[in-house]
Design a protein around this ligand. Structure first.
Ligand SMILES: [Mn+2]
Length: 454
């Protein structure tokens, strides 16, 4: 089964090349002043237990600006006589460490193969960075990621306040570079789009395999195993976020990740799973009947969610507000529930801030997608919803959740414990919405033709 999926995913796209990294750096540097110093931090390795670490994943800023994925790296940029130089502190070559933990590019490799002008070993960070700090006026650094860097910057600022009085040099302010970097990350390049499409194709195949292997009695954890196995088989780094695999009432818990229950006959199963491929996340949700056939009640709810999702996707167009898909989705959901008699209010009232729709649909309809699954980028610059632009990627994921276990609501008997969410990854293009996850089936007929066929 896995080779069929691999075939369907198709050839792997190219990785982001140094030309593109250099272009990203240049776009960022062009927003800085010559006396600015840029420092990009990454988290330290974290311990799982005793001497075992969690798999290392560097910061998305580091990935975005230079593609360096090893731990203990700090990226800096400074301007020398009108030219911006990129500097990377890296783990030095160390034969013993390399025998145990793996080969290291070291400072020579970093300059040769990465978009880096100068590299130093990590243990020379303090001396070198102190010198750069003395010469700069503004430090662009995100505090709270690497406490060593935080205290180094803080100490230099204190130490230099005297020197600044005498010589007029030394850092005077700390600025978070996230705003500038996040604006760049919000608009995806052709290279990024190819990678994200591949990521979504793999996640689509994982959902198809989970559908095919769903039968009454299967464990949520077993489907999780198929999904995560396929992610690895297709050469991703694995999950982009913990899989949500909930059957029956578990499907009505938005971020259910225990995945240790059995899928029973008559239940609807909701799976929200995406992989991380070359650093980029996919994020897909599908919901299907465990026994392969939607009951009338399940189909009624499913079709409303699907109609609302299609209406929302159609709003992902250049110039539309970021809110447009959410508004469209909510409207279709409310209309559908009014028609079914679940909502007793009129449309306007149902959609109002404290209207009845909030009881059954309590989250937003989507988020930016990229290096992070909930990707960066301000949704409401200056309080106004951002207008969609070419190259932005967002998820569209309306849902309806009838948790009969909830003590706070009167759940309609007919729809008890039905949880449906349908989520796709959508690229905004000149020609309208481009669904990156379109390989993943979602009509009732298509889903029923796959579930249980493995
Ligand atoms: Mn999502």
């Amino acid at each position: 089964m896995w080779d069929d999926s691999l075939q369907a995913v198709g050839a792997e796209p190219a990785s982001i090349g140094n030309d593109e990294f250099r272009a990203r750096q240049a776009r960022l540097f062009s927003q800085l002043r010559p006396n600015d110093l840029l420092i990009i931090t990454a988290p330290h390795e974290s311990t799982r237990s005793n001497d075992v670490h969690y798999p290392y994943r560097t910061s998305s800023e580091m990935m975005y600006l230079c593609g360096w994925e090893d731990p203990e790296a700090v990226f800096c940029a400074f301007n020398e006589e009108g030219v911006w130089k990129s500097l990377l502190f890296v783990q030095p070559k160390d034969l013993l460490k390399e025998i145990w933990e793996g080969r290291r590019p070291g400072v020579v490799g970093a300059v040769k193969d990465w978009p880096i002008d100068i590299a130093y070993p990590h243990d020379e960070l303090e001396d070198n960075l102190s010198q750069l700090l003395v010469q700069c006026s503004r430090v662009f650094v995100k505090l709270g990621v690497d406490e060593n860097i935080d205290s180094l910057v803080e100490n230099e600022m204190k130490r230099n306040s005297r020197a600044r009085q005498k010589f007029g040099t030394g850092p005077v302010s700390i600025v978070d570079p996230s705003f500038q970097i996040n604006e760049l990350r919000l608009r995806k390049s052709d290279g990024e789009i190819a990678i994200m499409r591949h990521s979504a194709k793999i996640a689509s195949q994982a959902h198809i395999q989970a559908m095919a292997n769903t039968k009454p009695g299967v464990g949520e954890w077993q489907l999780e195993g198929i999904i995560e196995g396929l992610f690895k088989y297709c050469r991703t780094s694995g999950i982009a976020y913990p899989c949500i695999i909930g059957s029956g009432d578990n499907a009505t818990v938005l971020h259910y990740t225990v995945n240790d229950d059995t899928c029973d006959d008559g239940e609807v199963l909701l799976i929200d799973a995406g992989c991380e491929y070359k650093g980029y996340a996919s994020d897909i949700t599908r919901s299907w009947p465990v026994n392969g056939k939607f009951s009338d009640a399940q189909a009624e709810i499913y079709q409303i969610v699907l109609d609302s999702q299609l209406a929302a996707i159609d709003e992902c167009r250049i110039g539309n507000s970021y809110d447009a898909p959410h508004i469209a989705a909510r409207r279709v959901l409310a209309e559908g529930l009014i028609k079914l008699g679940v909502i007793k209010q009129g449309l306007d009232e149902a959609l109002s801030a404290d209207g009845e729709l909030n009881t059954w649909y309590m989250h937003n309809t989507g988020h930016w997608l990229g290096l992070d699954v909930h990707d960066v980028g301000i949704y409401r610059p200056d309080g106004e919803a951002r207008l969609l632009e070419e190259g932005m990627v967002l998820t569209v994921e309306p849902g309806l959740y009838f948790g009969a276990w909830r003590p706070d609501v009167d759940c309609p008997e007919r729809y008890a414990n039905i949880g449906i969410r349908i989520e796709d990854d959508v690229l905004v293009t000149k020609d309208g919405p481009d669904v990156l996850s379109s390989d993943c089936p979602k009509t009732i007929d298509n889903i029923e033709s796959i579930v249980g066929t493995a």
